[in-house]
Structure formats: structure tokens, C-alpha cells
Design a protein around this ligand. Sequence first.
Ligand SMILES: [Fe+2]
Length: 366
Amino acid sequence: MYPLKKGITTTQAHVGLPKGTYEEEHGRKGFFGKSAHLYHANPPTAWIRFEGKLRPHCLDCNKLEPTDRTDPRGRPVTFLGNDDIRVSVSRRSEPMPYYYRNADGDELYFVHRGHGTIETDFGPLTFEKGDYIVIPRAVTYRIIPESKDNFFLIMESGTEYEQPEKGLIGQHALYDPGVIVTPEPHPNLDDRREWEVRIKVEDDFSSVFYPFNPMDVVGWKGDLTVWKINMRDIRPIMSHRGHLPPSAHSTFVTQGAIVCSFVPRPLEEDPEALKVPFFHRNTDYDEFIFYHDGSFFSRDNIKPGMVTLHPRGIHHGPHPKALASQGTKTRTDEYAVMLDGLNPMHVFPAGEEVEWNDYWKSWREP
Ligand SMILES: [Fe+2]
């Protein structure tokens, strides 16, 4: 059965919107559950005032000052998250003088800027801009940047990062698993210095010391390892006749979050098809986006290194300029990492310090 239809609507979602209407998708379970399309006479983001704490957030992570930027023993700064997932920025400019092991969670590094090597139990991996590096819980590693001006987004999850189910589109869509890079063993057997391994458990740090380099694995086997893919290897799917939901761009899933990658793609070419994201009030997820590179079509005044957080219950959607210009654009040129949290995500004090407080006004007509 196709659900009910009342009043002025279109037949297919995101296609041939009734003149003068603004389509909102009101849906459950991300974009997979029951949903209704509401045809509003006004953009649902045309608010004039807020009271209470709920509002869309925008943070400029370029202004965060993690202590690891200047102190090799310093740490990333955690600016946002919940019990499932916590997001930090590291600006590490010098090699870690110790090895590190996070026993609290699995880590997903996104390299916004910088290049170098990460040594791990499984062997070293080089890293560069656009890399996603999955570091399972309790793997020992050490970051050795070669560049100085580095910027890592770290997403720490209480549950494992898995690849998404690709269902009807097949296992080679989005990215062929063949592009996954895993480390080769490369033991540092001649390094007999004293080495510290810093271990994080329940956000408390302990250290264990060895009289040799702990990267002494001469071989490994199994299906649990460090792995990476680069954003440039993501080949997005799209439809020339209908706007696909953000979930079509899923890259990793955990039990509490979904990570999607937005990369350049042609826009829908059917004249009736919507070319910008539809309005929605997230119902079952809070939506975090990190803007990596390019120009951000549906949002004004957003620059690389900035973050938006659209909490459940309040609308978001394209800015008026993007809505007005959608007929003239033929492709997107944006690279962004989206993280949808199943449970409410909060801006922590470090994030509040770099918040653009008037972001909620940005949907006003110019
Ligand atoms: Fe959204």
C-alpha cells in the first residue's frame, strides 16, 4: 500500500514540487522508515526567533586549539559528542614521543590536512589528505606526521566501524573493497630504547614501559586490523531523475552512528527533480557535518574546517540562495564528512568557544 495523500502534493518525492511549495521529508529511522512529505507554503527554516537551548549549531574547528598542536605530549580536543560517539580535532605537528592505545573505543581518523605515517601493531600505513583510517579499539599506534600544519578529525566510537550494507547497488558501489589498504608487518626490531605505551581506559591515562620498541609484530592474520580508504576512491551513486537521500552516501556504520561522505557529483538533470537537499527535521538522528574541501552548495558562509550540528526536532535545509540557484548549477563541488548520531549529540565547552552564534539566522532571505 502506498500511504495517504491529502491536499496539494506531488506524486513522487522530490520531483515536480507544487508551485510555491517547500517540500519537507518527515521520516523515521534516518531515511529508511515510514515517512511523509509535507508541502509547506513557507520554508520551515524561515524562523525569526528561538527560545530555549535547541537550535542549529555551527562551529569553526579551525579555531580549536588542541594541546597537541604545540606539545608532542599534548592531546586532541574533544568538542562534541554523546555516549556512543565523541568527535575531536588533533593538530599534531610533531611525532608522538610515545605509543598510544585507546581501550575506550574504536577510532576513525579523517585526515583533513597533512601527511605522514601511522605506525600500528599491524605495520605502518602512510596517510594523506582525504584518508579515513579505521583504528580498532586497543590497537597500539603512533602518529608520525611529515607536515607541520596538520588537521585530523577523530571520531571515537563505543562500537566497531563496519562497512554499510550495499544491498541492491552491489558490493562494488560507493567504493570497491579492493581500494581498502591494510598494513604490512614492519617490526622495529633494532630499536632497543625505552618506549612508553599510553593507554586510555575510562578516559583515564596509564602508561606501560618496555625496554624495546613495541612495534615488534613479525606477522599477523585474521579479520580485525587497521585499514584505510581515501575519499577520492569514493564513487558516489546518484540518479539523474531523483534526489537520493544522504544515506545513499554511507561509508561506515556503527551501532550508534552512520558516517557518510559527500563528494563531487553531477546534479539531477531532470528539470522536475529537486537538486538540493530537501528540508527535514531530523527525528531519529542528530546530524553532524564536517566540511572538508570545495564549495558548499547548500550552505552560505561555510568554509573548510567548519562543522554544523543539526539536532533532532528542528528543521534544516538549503539556504535561500542555494534554493534560488538550483536551476543554474549542474554539479556539486563539495567534500564533507557527515556523522549521524542515533542519540542526541551535544556541543562540549571547547566547541561552544568556537561557535558561530548567529548561524540560525543564516537561512534569512538575503
Ligand atoms: Fe540533513
